[in-house]
Write a protein that binds this ligand. Structure first.
Ligand SMILES: [Zn+2]
Length: 101
């Protein structure tokens, strides 16, 4: 299964850090996210939920606590992966800042 990547219509922002969330990489082979799909912000690594409007524009919202419990109970590996991504991203961003600032 090949990961799908692309840009999303609209001007989605991460509801946690406010950075742009207009690109995606699907790990399920879907061509584009649908409402309810999970996303992980590459800037702050928080878990968000996609909301796709009728005009196909995409927003990302914070999950509720019940949704988070549901997500992590259905996908126990996701919690581990999120923690790994947080660690890797911290290293990458630290190196990036050292190199370019
Ligand atoms: Zn974020």
């Amino acid at each position: 299964m090949k990961p799908q990547q692309g840009l999303l219509p609209g001007n989605a922002k991460c509801p946690f850090c406010g950075n742009k969330a207009d690109g995606y990489t699907s790990t399920t082979g879907k061509e584009a996210p649908v409402t309810g799909d999970i996303t992980v912000c590459l800037y702050c690594n928080e878990v968000g939920i996609y909301e796709v409007a009728e005009d196909k524009t995409v927003q990302v919202r914070k999950p509720t606590l019940d949704e988070l419990k549901d997500i992590f109970s259905k996908h126990p590996d996701l919690a581990v992966q999120v923690m790994k991504v947080k660690g890797v991203t911290k290293i990458v961003m630290t190196e990036h800042q050292k190199k370019y600032n």
